[in-house]
Design a protein around this ligand. Structure first.
Ligand SMILES: [Zn+2]
Length: 316
């Protein structure tokens, strides 16, 4: 199972640049973890000077100099804990804004490319320095959706922040309670790095995929004359889950600008289709009620591509 997730992580979206953007933000968040652990270690003087020297390691266990291994004072830790919270808050604000805007904008830019370019263009070919959504004729309604995504992403990032703080706190506090040495606490801290990064990755992968897919769809709507029906076809990678295979992969749907009054079906030329719209998700729906959404699971690598019914005549 772990291997499967890893394989998916190599390429989550058929659009190369989306994967690269997500990698870029994963890297950014891993840097946050590193900074927190490093600073805590440095300020509490957890890392002993010679911890990496071979003669201090005995059967995989880091030996310590009892003189430097004095227990941590809780008042030192309390002061530091506040600094961590402040730091994480700043990072959350930056990420929820920049990551979501970059993703929506990238989706919009990808939509404007030729089919083949969409797949292969590198992230460096896109300028994300100043996302200008007016360029894609995004309306106030669209901008509101972006704001809603920022809010949502902010909540998920805050959850990770809380876990980072709680994890680091418990390592320090439990370490003090159990009279662990500083080098043992240092080791525990660094052992938590992978775990914390996994939490970040989940949010980054999910949010960049959702936002870029939505950006692409909005751009599709705004670049198509209103009277024209927009058909989209779902793409899921091999190995996608049963739900995505059934509800997304190879499914032809109709893209509408806003949620329908009720249900998800629309009629075009007498034929009934499933409709999708920017922001459509399975949030709040029970597992028995899953419906076709913009993105169901980030690791299933689903996305949507413009489809022309006339094309069907040439296939089969
Ligand atoms: Zn899936």
């Amino acid at each position: 199972m772990d291997l499967l997730i890893k394989a998916h992580k190599v390429e989550m979206s058929p659009w190369k640049a989306v994967n690269q953007l997500s990698k870029r933000y994963e890297k950014y968040t891993h840097e946050i973890t590193k900074i927190v652990i490093k600073e805590v270690s440095r300020i509490l003087r957890l890392k002993l000077k010679k911890a990496h020297d071979e003669d201090l390691i005995f059967k995989g266990r880091i030996m310590y100099n009892p003189k430097d291994g004095k227990p941590i004072k809780m008042k030192d830790w309390k002061r530091l804990e506040k600094a961590i919270v402040d730091y994480l808050h700043i990072e959350r604000e930056y990420l929820e804004k920049k990551m979501v805007e970059d993703s929506f904008f990238l989706g919009g830019l990808i939509q404007r490319l030729e089919e083949q370019q969409k797949k292969t263009w590198d992230i460096n070919k896109f300028d994300l320095t100043k996302p200008d959504f007016a360029k894609f004729d995004f309306t106030d309604y669209d901008m509101d959706l972006i704001e809603a995504y920022k809010e949502g992403t902010g909540i998920y990032l805050q959850n990770v922040n809380d876990r980072v703080r709680a994890k680091v706190s418990s390592i320090i506090v439990e370490g003090v309670k159990q009279r662990k040495t500083k080098s043992e606490i240092w080791q525990d801290l660094w052992d938590s790095e992978t775990d914390l990064n996994r939490d970040w990755d989940r949010v980054v992968v999910t949010e960049t995929a959702a936002a870029s897919n939505n950006g692409l769809l909005i751009s599709e709507i705004r670049s198509t004359p209103e009277e024209e029906d927009i058909f989209m076809k779902g793409i899921s990678a091999p190995g996608a889950c049963a739900a995505c295979e059934k509800l997304v992969h190879e499914q032809v749907v109709v893209l509408v600008p806003q949620p329908l009054e009720s249900g998800e079906r629309v009629k075009v030329d007498g034929k009934s289709y499933v409709a999708i719209w920017p922001g459509k998700s399975n949030y709040g729906r029970s597992s028995k009620n899953v419906w076709t959404a913009i993105i169901m699971h980030p690791y299933c690598r689903c996305t949507w591509s413009r489809w022309y019914l006339e094309l069907e005549k040439y296939i089969s």
